[in-house]
Design a protein around this ligand. Structure first.
Ligand code: FES
Length: 395
């Protein structure tokens, strides 16, 4: 009966209630009925993903940074022990006793749970909410593979924070980024301890959108014809032309739209300080539930927070577009490549030259590589850290 009462709430109110729920409860709610399933897959509920923590019962889903900078050493060591136990079990997976071991060992079942969670996200969640995902942490995961990362990155084209610290991934994890417009929203990238990464990954990152100055005329024409952004809903929801503000938009629920049984039609006036509202409304419009109107006002800050020329957080401003037309990562501030022993100074030089916003104090790589900004960069961050790979550990 309570469920029946809650179900008649307008979807916007239901969404407000859902904002108080953690990922596990949201997944349960998504199985109640089709309306709840639709609201549970609203993009802003899934802006920050921490599958490694979620698989172990920690359901934090706030932005990165608020959860503490450096993870607890004991927690990381327990993850590494789990990874080793899982690997040993996996190698003997065809032996009957290993099946029993997986049921009995909490370490093995934690990694299995994480693997199931990652596969479930790739198949069921990210196809719906991927464009709204801003940060993803897979640090210290022993379940994630290069293929999984590749799939996730192709579904989440607007990431600003990506943490793959101490994972077993190789260059192929980034193959889905070797496409037009990929990864240009990144502000922070952690690949510390990913010792299989080579210059090939740095090359993919440094190209980003593709270098228009060195490509041939056919390739240039193809690039210029391609859509301006990897943001999926943008093409369908007629966001305003450059120079208009988020404030200019009013999203209306259509009386006859899907889910209209939940309440009367009403106008949803957006708060320009809440980008999540705008994305949700655009997402719902794509599903046929809202229409978009402009009200003719202007003025808003830009996604790169340096200009007032851009109209919303989901579209890059003029300066970002200009930079990204030359390739690279125009917004990248933080880059951690500590413990990546296969990269070279030349590869780093190429990448750094395509990252105009890089903060040298937040740029880390092996002390033994003769790379760019050698005097000002912060060097290897793993040297003092017993639980991450470093060529000088033990000195
Ligand atoms: Fe070389 Fe840490 S990886 S100094």
């Amino acid at each position: 009966e309570i469920r029946g009462t809650v179900s008649v709430l307008p979807q916007e109110l239901l969404l407000r209630v859902f904002r108080f729920l953690g990922p596990e409860d949201l997944c349960r709610c998504g199985q109640v009925c089709s309306v709840w399933a639709q609201v549970a897959k609203t993009g802003s509920l899934w802006g920050h993903l921490y599958p490694v923590r979620w698989a172990r019962g920690d359901y934090y889903r706030g932005p990165p940074g608020e959860s503490g900078q450096e993870p607890d050493e004991d927690w990381v060591k327990s993850l590494q022990d789990e990874g080793r136990a899982y690997q040993d079990w996996d190698e003997d997976a065809d032996v009957d006793e290993s099946e029993e071991a997986s049921e009995e060992s909490p370490a093995i079942s934690a990694v299995q749970r994480e693997k199931r969670l990652l596969n479930g996200m790739i198949q069921n969640l990210l196809p719906a909410v991927g464009p709204s995902v801003r940060s993803l942490s897979l640090a210290y995961s022993s379940a994630v593979s290069s293929k999984m990362v590749r799939q996730i990155l192709s579904l989440c084209p607007n990431l600003t924070h990506l943490d793959l610290t101490q994972t077993d991934i190789s260059d192929s994890a980034f193959d889905s980024w070797a496409e037009f417009g990929a990864c240009r929203t990144l502000e922070r990238l952690d690949l510390s301890g990913c010792d299989k990464i080579t210059d090939r990954t740095l090359k993919i990152l440094s190209l980003g959108l593709g270098d228009l100055t060195t490509s041939g005329p056919d390739h240039r024409a193809k690039l210029l014809k391609a859509p301006p952004s990897p943001i999926n809903f943008q093409d369908e929801c007629s966001l305003p032309p450059m120079g208009r503000s988020c404030q200019d938009l009013i999203f209306k629920r259509r009386p006859g739209g899907r889910g209209s049984g939940c309440g009367p039609a009403h106008v949803w006036v957006l708060d320009p300080s809440k980008f999540a509202d705008i994305e949700d409304a655009a997402d719902w419009r794509k599903r046929g539930d809202v229409s978009v109107q402009e009200n003719g006002r202007g003025g808003s800050s830009c996604c790169c927070r340096r200009s007032r020329r851009c109209h919303d957080a989901t579209l890059l401003c003029v300066c970002c577009r200009c930079l990204s037309q030359r390739g690279g990562l125009p917004l990248l501030l933080h880059l951690n490549l500590s413990g990546c022993l296969l990269i070279t100074g030349a590869g780093l030089q190429e990448l750094v030259s395509a990252c105009p916003s890089l903060n040298i104090e937040h740029f880390y790589y092996c002390d033994n590589i003769n790379g760019p900004h050698a005097d000002e960069a912060s060097g290897c961050q793993n040297l003092q850290c017993g639980f991450r790979a470093c060529c000088r550990s033990g000195e």
